[in-house]
Design a protein around this ligand. Structure first.
Ligand code: FE2
Length: 352
């Protein structure tokens, strides 16, 4: 474990708070699209279909003879949908929210970059939940190596190693929240590195947003809502979140067509994540789009191997590193950089 690497994870600038991220009308259209086009799957369902797969990507091994269940994993009831990707906005009524001049200017200024393009637009939606896992970094990509041609474990290792900054994409986000609940539901982040003091952006928040670089700043969501409602019974990887047909503003969680929890509007937390890619100047833009300085997997693996040798790690260089499980495991353990330990306590019910 290389703890000192974690201290490199500081955003290009401190998080910048803004209010009224979206106008009342924009917010109504965003929420309308979410109500009309749901229900929405769990975030976890994007990447995993069995509890074993979750364990394999975290740290744990499964004791022999144990059959994992979703109950044992503790599925966090946070759900996600996509509103746009790359140049395409999936809902014409949200085009002004996505091709957003105000947000583009905010991230250009945040990064001190000349150019920006909107790249991602998604939302998280939830009722009461436990804390959103340990503080994490959002996944990043590099010129020439993205999710389209590179396994996630290699991108994560490259990011954690801090050896590939020359190729790393510049990204900025405007993360906005709509949550009027009374218990938790805010955002914790570590802009001064994982050993620095956490910054908390606390609820209630209605249209409050931060301009951030979440690939380079540890962060997570706070536990949200009444404690007794945070772990709905009957959760499964197929559980969905959508509009309650019996309540014009309410929501519900469903598993296999059975409603397992109703969430009144007051307890619903809606996070809208807008992300952009930045280019320092025209030379940077051309370098990216004309692929004049891309990196490939072979070069990346070579750099990692050299670094591990320098660090005195004992290992055999594999013949097919991209498909060698032992080597993948070695990289995961060498570049396990840890994260913040000073996590603020959860907000609990006033009566508790
Ligand atoms: Fe994140």
């Amino acid at each position: 474990m290389i703890r000192e690497l974690a201290e490199n994870f500081r955003p290009v600038a401190p998080p910048q708070l803004i209010d009224d991220a979206y106008s009342t009308d924009q917010h109504a259209r965003l929420l309308g699209a979410v109500r009309d086009n749901g229900p929405w799957p769990l975030i976890l369902a994007e990447n995993f279909s069995t509890p074993e797969e979750v364990i394999a990507t975290t740290s744990g091994t499964i004791p022999e003879g144990v059959k994992l269940t979703w109950d044992m994993i503790g599925l966090n009831p946070v759900f996600r949908g996509y509103l746009a990707r790359g140049g395409t906005c999936f809902y014409p009524e949200l085009e002004d929210c996505y091709y957003n001049s105000r947000f583009l200017e905010l991230v250009r200024n945040y990064w001190d970059c000349e150019y920006a393009e909107p790249e991602t637009f998604l939302f998280n939606i939830q009722g009461p939940t436990p804390i959103g896992g340990p503080p994490h970094l959002d996944g990043t990509v590099f010129r020439g190596m993205t999710m389209e041609n590179t396994p996630l474990w290699l991108l994560l290792t490259m990011a954690k190693s801090c050896l590939f900054d020359r190729w790393r994409s510049k990204k900025g986000q405007v993360i906005a929240w709509y949550y009027n609940g009374r218990i938790g539901g805010g955002f914790n982040c570590w802009p001064n590195g994982p050993s620095g003091e956490p910054v908390q952006i606390n609820a209630p928040m209605w249209g409050r947003a931060v301009v951030v670089e979440n690939e380079m700043m540890f962060h997570h969501g706070q536990a949200t809502g009444p404690v007794a409602m945070r772990k709905p019974q009957g959760m499964d990887i197929t559980t969905t979140f959508g509009a309650d047909p019996e309540d014009l503003t309410g929501w519900q969680l469903e598993t296999f067509g059975k409603v397992i929890q109703k969430v009144p509007a007051q307890e619903m937390r809606f996070l809208v994540h807008w992300g952009a890619r930045l280019f320092k100047d025209m030379a940077d833009f051309k370098r990216t789009y004309e692929h004049t300085d891309d990196i490939d997997a072979e070069t990346a693996i070579g750099i990692l191997i050299e670094d591990m040798k320098k660090r005195g790690v004992q290992f055999e260089v594999p013949t097919d590193p991209l498909h060698d499980n032992a080597f993948v495991g070695l990289l995961a353990s060498v570049y396990d950089i840890g994260g913040p330990a000073n996590i603020p306590a959860d907000a609990l019910d006033e009566a508790a």
